[in-house]
Design a protein around this ligand. Structure first.
Ligand code: NAP
Length: 541
């Protein structure tokens, strides 16, 4: 079997789509930045990586936004089939460079090769999912209320509705998924599917991975005959270039995954514009896991070990990491804590994505240590990016009155909240902030209690799991990766799965518009064979 190329092989390759040039890509043109120099950093080796990239400036933001605005008219006029084929071409182009891409992403993130191989599949799978959504057609939201000319006292006009794209979208790449939530990740795929040109602000932690993916998209734009401004990649500081992008009048929506402070800064900037725009920010979540008495009594040890498996996966750098366990004090809980303590104690130190994220993790653990009881630490690491797992306990009353104990600590750290009884457990469920997920472990004997918890958890989380652990997020039609603030800035939607397209669409009603001018999705005779709601009834006629 061929070995994947090394980073040295890769940076030495200066031809084709696998070259790394250290440039941004603005509407099909490679452009070197003018600002701060950035280099990716290999967190496992503790070494900086070539080539040098540079941050862009206000002129680059202007060029990318002007190109996106210029491309919008032609891009939104493409058929669903054309956009589906474009997304599939992006997926094919990414697969064609997957070995190079995985090697570079491993070097830039310290994440294991198997994880990043899976992430390539997740990224191309998302692109193909949106291609299938476009072909299926219900995203059009086609509705027709036929005219009632004889109705009294007033006739009803001919009313038709469909969704159209919002306009150019700014996407902020996440650090923790260098592929699936980055340049060609779910935000980009759903915005492009909707018919919106995209300007990505790449994450400084993985510029080489970003450049490779941006070239794959740029090549697909050209091969599909689309306007070059359909896609651009910029690098730059969040408070400078990022805010300039969000406040550019040509940008009409924003997708973001990252910290609460970053997400809320973008929401504030977007709301303060003369024309405010929506920001879909996925931010912070501690993903409570409720372990009920029957499950603890029969499976306490097994659950304690499995919990730590989920907690320490990927150095805990998942927005769905189980950062909170809630249970009633009992011998079963003691068994759970003992098993978890042993598993955390044996957990090897693993690299975090960047020295900055490792530093934030260390101070987050210090804050927890000041407010809760430490029960276990993982093994000590050898460099500045090492993540040492941490497990704490506290009681429900202390948890409910402490902001520090409720704050997300991004990394492999978790807090077990001991409750006096099930009423206190429900009080914790009511007292927590909005979450991406809430998990319940329940046996048959726990179902009455679980039934009382479920309506409380619906109000707090975007996804409720029974059994299992929250860290796997399926890309599918029924998935919700969202939830009330601070999990996201807009709980009405999801950033993963096919509903994500809805974030970048808005409904338009066409009243008595001449038949010859109607878009095909809502034209007479249903030329696209869509499911449409005609006079309230779903029909394909
Ligand atoms: P981040 O700091 O939120 O950065 C994400 C993106 O937002 C970057 O492009 C960043 O630009 C930009 N940004 C940050 N603050 C901004 C501001 N005030 N105004 C405008 N743009 C801003 O996230 P990160 O770099 O991935 O990791 C840092 C911390 O975020 C972690 O330690 C963790 O606490 C949290 N995090 C949470 C999740 C999650 O899923 N919940 C995921 C990743 C990270 P710059 O590069 O210039 O900063």
């Amino acid at each position: 079997m061929d070995m994947p190329p090394t980073v040295e092989d890769m940076t030495a390759t200066i031809s084709g789509t696998t070259s790394l040039t250290g440039q941004m890509l603005i509407a099909g043109t490679a452009v070197r930045g003018t600002g701060t120099e950035i280099r990716a950093f290999d967190p496992a080796a503790g070494q900086p990586l070539e080539p040098v990239y540079q941050h862009g400036d206000a002129g680059h933001v202007d060029a990318a936004c002007a190109a996106a605005a210029g491309a919008f008219g032609a891009y939104r006029a493409t058929s669903a089939e054309q956009r589906a084929q474009f997304l599939e071409t992006v997926a094919t182009n990414i697969e064609a460079i997957s070995e190079t891409l995985i090697a570079r992403a491993v070097a830039e993130s310290g994440l294991p090769q198997a994880r990043l191989t899976g992430e390539v599949g997740r990224t191309t799978g998302q692109l193909r999912l949106f291609a299938s959504v476009l072909r299926e057609g219900s995203w059009n939201g086609a509705r027709i209320d036929t005219p009632l000319p004889d109705r009294t006292p007033l006739p009803r006009p001919d009313l038709r509705q469909r969704f159209i794209p919002l306009g150019p979208v700014a996407v902020f790449s996440a650090s923790n998924f260098p592929l699936a939530f980055s340049v060609a990740g779910g935000d980009t795929a759903s915005a492009l599917a909707a018919g919106c040109p995209v300007v990505v602000k790449g994450h400084d932690a993985h510029p080489g991975t970003s450049e490779l993916v941006a070239r794959a998209i740029t090549d697909a734009v050209a091969a599909s005959g689309l306007p070059a401004g359909t896609f651009s990649l910029l690098f730059g500081s969040g408070p400078d270039l990022g805010i300039a992008l969000v406040t550019d009048s040509r940008i009409k929506a924003v997708g973001f995954t990252g910290s609460r402070s970053g997400g809320t800064a973008l929401v504030a900037a977007a709301a303060a514009r003369p024309e405010p725009i929506p920001v879909y920010a996925e931010m912070s979540s501690i993903n409570p896991v409720f372990v009920l008495g029957g499950a603890l009594a029969t499976r306490g040890e097994e659950l304690g070990r499995a919990f730590v498996g989920s907690l320490t996966m990927g150095s805990g750098q998942f927005c769905t990491n189980p950062g909170l366990v809630i249970a009633v004090d009992s011998p079963g809980l003691t068994t759970f804590v003992a098993a978890a303590t042993e598993a955390v104690g044996n957990a090897p130190a693993t690299p975090m994505l960047t020295p900055n994220i490792a530093g934030n993790y260390a101070s987050g653990v210090d804050s927890l240590a000041a407010a809760a009881d430490l029960v276990a630490r993982g093994q000590q690491g050898g460099n500045e990016t090492s993540c040492r797992a941490a497990l704490f306990t506290t009681d429900a009353a202390s948890f409910l009155k402490s902001e520090a104990l409720q704050a997300e600590v991004f990394g492999a750290s978790s807090l077990i909240v001991r409750c006096a009884d099930t009423a206190e457990m429900r009080a914790v469920a009511q007292g927590i902030e909005g979450q991406l997920t809430a998990t319940v472990h329940a046996d048959e004997s726990d179902l009455d209690e679980a039934g009382e918890l479920l309506p409380l958890l619906e109000l707090k989380a975007g996804r409720i799991l029974f059994g299992g652990w929250p860290t796997g997020v399926e890309v599918s039609h029924a998935m919700v990766h969202g939830g009330p603030f601070p999990a996201t800035s807009d709980s009405r939607t999801t950033s993963v799965g096919s509903r994500a397209i809805e974030r970048y669409l808005r409904p338009v009603c066409y009243q008595d518009v001449p038949k010859s001018l109607l878009p095909s999705a809502i034209a007479d005779g249903n030329p696209e064979h869509l499911w449409r709601r005609v006079d309230g009834q779903l029909t394909q006629d």
